[in-house]
Design a binder for this molecule. Structure first.
Ligand SMILES: C[S@@+](CC[C@H](N)C(=O)[O-])C[C@H]1O[C@@H](n2cnc3c(N)ncnc32)[C@H](O)[C@@H]1O
Length: 218
C-alpha cells in the first residue's frame, strides 16, 4: 500500500494525466519548431515561451512520476525542492513520497498564476497540500531565499536553460547522497557538462529517454 497507488491520489493522477494528454494550445501552433527550440535554450526567452504555452501541462511522463516517487522514498527524503510546478503532476508524486516517508517539506516554484491555482487545487484534492509550499514567481528569485538547511532531493523541470542557475541556488544545501533529477536536460548542455564533470562534485548519468539523475558526492 502506498499513497501513490491508492485513493484519492491514484484516480486523481489517472484523470490528470488524461487531461494533460488532451490539452491543446492555439499558441503552440503559432511557434515554429525552430523558434521553440531557440526559446527552450534561451536564458531570457523562457518567460515569453512558457507564458504563451500556459494552457499546456507539460508534465513529467508517467514513468518519470513513478521514478520520482521511488527515489524520494528510497532516499527517505524529507526536504524536496522543485523547479517548475505547472499543474502539479510531479509535485503530487513527490509529496506522496514525503507522506509515506512520515512527512516533510516540499517547496515548488511556478511563475504562471493560473497554473499555481490549479496546482493548489490538485494538491488539495490529492490530500497533500499540507506538505507543499508553492512559491509563485520566477524561481530565480523565489528559490533564492528561505530554503531548508539541507535538501534531500531536487527536481529540475522549469526553463531548461536555467538548470545551472537553479543548481547554484540549492547546491550549498545538498549533502552527500542528495539526488537531483533533471527532466529534458538535453536542452541544457551547460548543466550536463557541470554535473558530469569529474571535478563537479556529482555522480551523474542519463536515465530512460530524457532524465539526468545526479547524486551529490561527499
Ligand atoms: C515542464 S513544466 C513543469 C511540469 C511539472 N513538473 C509536472 O510534471 O507537472 C515547466 C513549468 O515551469 C514553469 N517555469 C519555467 N521557468 C520558470 C521559472 N524561471 N520560474 C518559475 N516557473 C518556471 C513553466 O511556467 C511551466 O509551467
Amino acid at each position: 500500500m502506498s499513497t501513490l497507488t491508492t485513493a484519492p491520489l491514484a484516480p486523481l493522477l489517472e484523470r490528470l494525466f488524461k487531461e494533460a494528454d488532451a490539452a491543446t494550445s492555439p499558441a503552440l501552433a503559432e511557434i515554429s519548431r525552430d523558434e521553440r527550440e531557440r526559446l527552450m535554450r534561451s536564458k531570457t526567452g523562457y518567460l515569453d515561451l512558457y507564458g504563451r504555452l500556459k494552457d499546456l501541462w507539460l508534465p513529467v511522463s508517467r514513468e518519470t512520476g513513478v521514478l520520482l516517487y521511488m527515489l524520494a522514498r528510497s532516499s527517505r527524503a524529507r526536504t524536496i525542492v522543485e523547479f517548475g510546478t505547472s499543474f502539479g503532476i510531479s509535485t503530487l508524486h513527490l509529496a506522496a513520497a514525503l507522506r509515506d516517508n512520515g512527512g516533510g517539506r516540499l517547496i515548488t516554484s511556478e511563475f504562471e498564476p493560473s497554473k499555481v491555482a490549479r496546482a493548489r487545487r490538485n494538491l488539495t484534492d490529492g490530500g497533500l497540500i499540507d506538505l507543499v509550499e508553492i512559491r509563485e514567481g520566477d524561481a530565480l528569485k523565489t528559490l533564492s531565499v528561505d530554503l531548508p538547511e539541507t535538501i534531500d532531493l531536487v527536481l529540475l523541470d522549469g526553463a531548461k536553460s536555467l538548470y545551472s542557475e537553479i543548481l547554484d541556488l540549492v547546491e550549498g544545501r545538498l549533502g552527500p547522497g542528495a539526488l537531483i533529477v533533471a527532466d529534458n536536460a538535453d536542452y541544457c548542455p551547460e548543466y550536463l557538462e557541470r554535473v558530469r564533470s569529474p571535478a563537479g562534485g556529482y555522480m551523474s548519468m542519463p536515465l530512460a529517454e530524457d532524465v539526468e539523475l545526479s547524486m551529490r558526492l561527499g
